[in-house]
Design a binder for this molecule. Sequence first.
Ligand SMILES: O=P(O)(O)OC[C@H]1O[C@H](O[C@H]2O[C@H](CO)[C@@H](O)[C@H](O)[C@H]2O)[C@H](O)[C@@H](O)[C@@H]1O
Length: 273
Amino acid sequence: MPDVRTESGRAGLEAMVNDPGGAVIGLDFDGTLSPIVTDPSAAWIHPAAPSALIRLAEVVRRIAVVTGRPPGTALALGDTPEGPDLVEVPGLVILGQYGIERWEGGEITSPPPPAGLTKIRAELPALLSGLEGVTIEDKGRALAVHTRSCPDPDAALEALRAPLVELAAVNGLVVEPGRKVLELRGPGVDKGKALKELLAAERARSVMFVGDDLGDLAAFEAVASVDIPGVRVCSGSAEVTALAEQADVVVDGPDGVVAFLEDLLKSIASREQ
Ligand SMILES: O=P(O)(O)OC[C@H]1O[C@H](O[C@H]2O[C@H](CO)[C@@H](O)[C@H](O)[C@H]2O)[C@H](O)[C@@H](O)[C@@H]1O
C-alpha cells in the first residue's frame, strides 16, 4: 500500500481491511476514475477501474460514484472497450451533479433544474463571445464553462470568474470552480452533504473517499467530521494541490487510484484468509 500520512488515515484503512462489510467507498469520476482530457465528452473511465470496483463491491457495503456529472453521463463514460463497464458494479450508487441526482439499479431521481438556469443559458454565449477556445457543457441543470482549450486556460478562468459569479448570483445559482472549469449550478448541495447522507443511510462503519478536485474538498471534510474511521485519498495532479494538502494518501492520478484499489483488495483478501 502507498504511504498513509496520518494516524486517522491509518485507522480508516485498518477499519476497512478488518471489517470490509461495513465500509462505504465514494469516488469522484473525472480525474479520479477517468484521466483528464481536453474534450469532456471523451473522458472515458480508466479501463481497469470497473473490474477493480466490481471485486471491491463484492466485499464492501457500498460503492458510490459522487460526481459533478449527470449520472447518465458517468455511466456512458464508464463503458470500457474490452473489460466490464461501470454499470456492472454490484449495488452501485451514482450521486450526480454534486449529489442532487441519484441513480441506483437503473432508476434515477432528479428534481427540476434551478429556475434561473434558462436565463443564464440565454445570456452566457454573449458573455463568452470573443474568448477563444471557451466551451460550454450543458448538463441540463448546470452549465460548465471550460477553458482547457483556450490559449491561456488559467488567464481565461480568472477573467471569467467575477462575471460568472455575478451572472450566477443574480439568477440564484452558485459557481463551482474546478480544473480549468467554472460551473454554474444550483445551491444547497455538495459532495460532503451527499456523502454524509449516504453514510447514514448505509449505517457505514468506515468510509473512504477518493477525489482530485476542489469540489471533492467537501467530501474530504465529511470524512473527517463523521464519527467513523475514514481515509481521504487524493488522485494527485500538478493542476490541483489543495486536495493533496488535506489527504491521508496521495496517489498518482487515475493509474495510481486503480493500483490503490487493487492493493486494498489484496489487503482485504489476505486478512480474510
Ligand atoms: O466531480 P467530477 O466527476 O470530478 O466532475 C467535475 C467536472 O469534471 C469534468 O471536467 C473536468 O474533466 C474534463 C474531462 O477530463 C476536463 O476536460 C475538464 O477540464 C475538467 O474540469 C466535467 O466536464 C464537468 O462537467 C464536471 O463537473
